[in-house]
Design a protein around this ligand. Sequence first.
Ligand code: SF4
Length: 512
Amino acid sequence: MSTPPAMLHPELLAPSDTPAIVRDGRRLDHAEAASKPLRSRPEPQPRGAKIHGNRPVDQAEAAARFIAAPEHEKMHDERLWDLRQKRDREMHGIDEWEELRALASAIKEHTLTHLDEYLEQFEANARSNGIHVHWARDAAEHNRIVHGILKDHGAKSLIKSKSMLTEECGFRAYMASVGIEVVETDLGERIQQLDNEDPSHVVVPAVHKLRTDVAEVFSKTIGTDPDNSDVHYLAEAQREATRPLILKADAGMTGCNFAVAETGGITVCTNEGNADLSANVPRLHIASIGIEKVIPRLEHLAVFVRLLSRSALGSPITQYTSHFRGPREGGEMHFVLVDNGRSTRLGMEEFWTSLKCIRCGACMNTCPVYRRSGGLSYGATYSGPIGLIIDPTFNAHKYSNLPFASTLNGSCSNVCPVKINIHEQIYAWRRELVKRHEVPFAKKAEMKAAGALLSRPAAYRAAIAAADVALAHLPRFVIYNGLNAWGRHREVPHPPKQTFHSWHHANRGGKS
Ligand code: SF4
């Protein structure tokens, strides 16, 4: 039991009274001595889409929750727009930017149309460099292969750098199920791992979190002060907690940004040097490589490296551009080449060029829908514009709502460093989903009715005139009610006194 404060008679103490606070031998009796500074409670972090098995993900519902958290929405929007502006500044600093984009697009298209040849060349050269090469048809096979390698080496712990491919494969969950400890070494990815959340962005996985969210996660998992959200403090605490795990890990894993057929080597780009730690500290290095990552020659790297970081973060180059060409002395290196639906996508006439993607995230940073709804609202591995065209290739039913989460403004296609016609593919997916009967009946019926009206000028004008009268007289609840999702987020403008058509008719006699 604590000693009662000397200046207060014990009988006057309430059970909840705290012991006196003494500083420099002097009791502090003021309220400030015993209380904490007033703080407003940080805004709780909005969580991502609710997943119900194979049911279509309701992106709009999750986005509405994100928008309802104004601090998060504002921070997210501003942070990503800042990246977009930095990207623009870098782009304007390079006269041949458009040539680089055209070249990158052409290299990727050429490689994808000769993918079998370049993959075989890559495999042969990697093997001659002393690397073990494995082929995985899908996510399950990838996970089994990696587990087999780890088992052969008696490895029980694995450190890894960020890899969207391993996210695609549900790799961490699989490793947990077979008793292997996985530690993410990228700071953002580690935050997401500790919070048991997926990455919300392909480059900056925890970009949707405020500092206070990170402080909360770290206080619960690595024991930091929950009231201290200083970024230096948090980063240092995380380094202190993770370094020992890195040093004692049995194996290391990286992803791959580019796989060079000519050399059989891979290139990994990071800003924290964590891929180098993952690849070099343990003796066993495993790299997971999507088959679309292959490029023909070393000289082509120069094109992509100039574009990647400028497009992603608006920086001229990543802090580390690491090349891995073979195992170090006494070590072992394995490449796992993963298909997981890529061959099928390559055969899709309207969507195969999405395989050109170098995962820079520029399309996400510029997208007004993504910036205001957060990556986790998409409920899929890939979010933002690139997610809208990739996710349905994995599961058209589950992700059938996603291609509608776009304004089709084309900004994504304009910033894409490999010139993917993203907004056109989003639109193509809408048509495809209608063909596959993956669009709800009500939406289809509305579109059909709108199509019929818009294709008949006389009927359209009559409908507009009727709507103008109705809008002026109808009670508000007819439009703004719980049953009308359209009215929930929009305010109909007051109808003008005269339509353009009637003005034109009156002033120009119907002549142009
Ligand atoms: S689609 Fe283009 S802009 Fe988007 S992540 Fe891929 S390469 Fe970057």
